[in-house]
Write a protein that binds this ligand. Sequence first.
Ligand code: GLA
Length: 386
Amino acid sequence: MMNIQDLEKQFKREFDQVDTKTFFSPSRINIIGEHIDYNGGSVFPCAIEIGTYAIAAKRDDNIISLISTNFSHRDSFEIQSDLIYCEDKQWVNYPMGMVWSMMKRGFKVGGLNILISGNIPNGAGLSSSASLELLIGEIINVLYNDGNIDKMDLVLAGKEMENDFIGVHSGVMDQFVIGMGKKDNAILLDTETLSYGYVPLKLDGYRFVIMNTRKRRELKDSKYNERRQECERAKELLSSLRPLNHLCELDEDEFDSLSYVLTGTLLRRARHVVTENTRVKAVINAIENKDMPELGRLLNASHHSLKEDFEVTGIELDTLVSLAQIQQGCLGARMTGAGFGGCAIALVKNEEVEDFISSVSKAYAEKIGYEGEFFVSGIDDGVREL
Ligand code: GLA
């Protein structure tokens, strides 16, 4: 937990203002439904208690000035409609992009001093970027729009800016769960229609352990956009047989009967997408039936598919997940988020969590040569003023 009083003191030292508001934006794990939010599939993420805090206050001019306790780079920018991505601005591109996106939507934006402090491990695939985007969105919402902006508008502004300002062609999952998250619940989200429902995450004596490979990656430089293009191409080829808006419109039987038009890489990419979408529905059933072994089996199957068919894991994630899967009290494990490094989750019996962490941690460090990082987090509400 962050010490808010220390942050307030630091804010006063840096900006010489005391009339401030405090905000929190969570990060997320995705329980299942990976790399299908840009294929019209259903995903099942939840917001977690680790996240990004901010102390913020209005300024009378047109400047947004930002300091983060996590990065030495501090910066400010002038509010204008033609802001563009600029490498030198580093993490400040995210606040800039959010301002750009909110102005495009006609929301009021004005001068701000903001001190940011996060406890999300960076580049860990827990969506620190969407957490920061929604945080800035909520600050602008509360300080300049009387809190009247619908959370869905913040979600869509975040996605749009990620796609068109940063240049990562991500789906809507991360922004959605960070905006709309609910304590102790995961969200079943249909990414085609944006219809959603909350599912209480009662795991019957088990919990998720979050495991960080500590292999960092930035989505911008990863093969994320390449995977997205491969899915598009597979969809185009399948569309020659039947009209198709998204790969996830196909169930497994239909896919089997049509997939002869695909070969090699594209066949494997599309197979992951279609089977993963089926697994999401099966996970909901397993949770509703309190069938934890089945939930574990589905997590393992998802990882296998992401490793062999979608190829977004890598040695660190595969090592961590296979070490987790063989531990006593662990029913299943998989990578979570975009992959290429970052984090995995494991479903572990409550009483075994401590032993699980110490065994996996030791074995991982021996195999990979540096330590991983392990934590357990509660499931949290979405972005908010504290
Ligand atoms: C990243 C993207 C999401 C989603 C996941 C993979 O987190 O931001 O939109 O595609 O990867 O499931």
